[in-house]
Structure formats: C-alpha cells, structure tokens
Design a binder for this molecule. Structure first.
Ligand code: ADP
Ligand code: MG
Length: 241
C-alpha cells in the first residue's frame, strides 16, 4: 500500500533530515512511528502524501509515484488522509461543511451525496449533534474527531496521523484514540506518529523507531517494548515509559 524506497531528504544544502529510509506498509497494517523529537517523524510522514518533497529515493502509494510531477496531488491526498496535531479545520465553515467541501471539490460528489456521507461519519465519531456548529465551538477532542471524519469522508485507502493527541487535554485523549482503534480494527492501513505507547502496544502491527533521520529499528510491538535491540531505542524507551 505504501512503499518508501531509500528516501533521503535535505533541508538546505547541508542538513540531512531523512537518511536512506525504506519501509513497506501492507494493506490493513498499522505502523506506529516513534522516536525523539527532531528525529524526522513528521517529515517522513509528510513525504508520504507529498506535503514535503524528497531528495533521493521514491515513495509509492498503491503503486502511484508520489513525487512524480504528473501525479494528481489533490487526488493523492484524498486517498491518503492526514490528521495533524493541530486539527486544521476550516474555522469559517460549519462541521458539516468541513466534511463536505473536499468531497464536492475534489471528488465531484453532489451536495446531497456529500452531506449523507458527512452525517454518517459524524454519527460514527459521536458528533451528530454538532453538525451546525463551527470548529471554535467544539472541544479539542471533538475537533480532532471531526478532522478524522473529514479525512474518512474522502474514502481514503490509508490514513496518516501525526501526533493526533499531543495537543489535547488528557481527558480528551481516549475519545480520539478510541476512534483510531476502531479504524485499525476495521482494517484501515495506518501510519501513526505517536507517543501513546499503550495505543502502540495495543494496535500496532509494527513499530518503527527513528533517530536522527534514520529508521533504526522496525519490529513488532511487543518485541520493541520488551527487547529493543539498539542502544538508541533502549535510551528512548527509558525516557518515555
Ligand atoms: P519530529 O517530527 O521527529 O520531531 P521533524 O520531522 O519535525 O521531526 O523535524 C526533523 C528535523 O528537521 C528537526 O531538526 C527540525 O528542526 C528540522 N526541520 C523540520 N522542518 C524543517 C524545515 N521546514 N526547514 C528546516 N528544518 C526543518
Ligand atoms: Mg513531529
């Protein structure tokens, strides 16, 4: 579903932010990406839907070369939904409108069709009562659930999450993680940057540990937590667990 082949990237002439990163994510797989701050996790995940360019290597999503200039980016970004730390909803649109705009503008759905899809997704994330409100009237946890629903409205083949709960008050973290767990259980292909190690242990098929722009370890969840193989992973885990 997602294939990174020897991806390297530089910011400016001399700072190499990604170093020869390779990773294949199979359909239905949940991959958690973790590592110290500044290790390149956000950059890596943004490269997958071409929010960032790459210097060397290639990235394929369902066989489409993401960084090929001929690739239709709005369509690619519909296929690969992304949820950020800060919810990035359109503040001047209602929740319902936030869920419809991409469906209408990118996928060409009619307003009726888009609204029906939006309402079913709002029900799924438990926000039916808030359809007519604006993002600023919702809590952080509710806004993040809207952001997930908005990405799902595009019928993505995969979802990318970049620290989706780290800007939330603690009592709102679980309502967002619960939606992500249910998505994972339904077989959504997911790449998730998170420090929520309970979530990682529960749903990750594999854990990718990054440090200083490199993918240092890729292992299944239990072996990563119980037997990290590198000193760098051990040191990281000792700080967060
Ligand atoms: P992480 O998400 O793991 O914290 P990032 O991918 O955000 O790491 O950043 C990796 C490194 O690249 C950091 O040193 C960061 O300061 C640097 N960086 C991120 N974005 C840019 C940018 N647009 N220009 C220059 N340096 C950047
Ligand atoms: Mg980051």
């Amino acid at each position: 579903m997602i294939e990174l082949k020897s991806v390297s990237k530089w910011y400016g002439p001399s700072f190499q932010v990604l170093k020869n990163c390779s990773l294949s994510v199979r359909k239905g797989e949940v991959v958690v990406v973790c590592g110290p701050s500044g290790s390149g996790k956000s950059t890596l995940i943004k490269c997958v839907n071409a929010l960032e360019g790459i210097g060397e290597g290639s990235i394929l999503v369902t066989g489409i070369a993401v960084h090929d200039p001929k690739t239709d980016l709005p369509n690619l970004r519909a296929k690969v939904g992304m949820v950020f730390q800060h919810f990035e909803l359109f503040p001047h649109l209602t929740i319902l409108e936030n869920l419809c705009i991409g469906q209408e503008k990118v996928l060409g759905r009619s307003k009726t069709e888009a609204e029906a899809k939006a309402r079913s997704l709002l029900e799924r994330v438990g926000l039916t009562a808030h359809a007519k409100k604006y993002p600023g009237q919702l809590s952080g946890g509710q806004q993040q659930r809207v952001a997930i629903a908005r990405a799902l409205a595009m019928d993505p083949v995969a979802m990318l999450f970049d620290e989706p709960t780290s800007a939330l008050d603690p009592e709102m973290i679980n309502e967002v993680l619960d939606v992500m767990v249910s998505l994972a259980e339904e077989g959504m292909t997911m790449m998730v940057v998170t420090h929520e190690m309970g979530f990682a242990r529960k749903v990750a098929d594999r854990i990718v540990f990054m440090d200083a722009g490199e993918i240092v370890e890729v292992s299944d969840g239990d072996s990563f937590f119980d037997n990290p193989t590198t000193e760098r992973a051990k040191s990281f885990l000792s700080k967060i667990l």
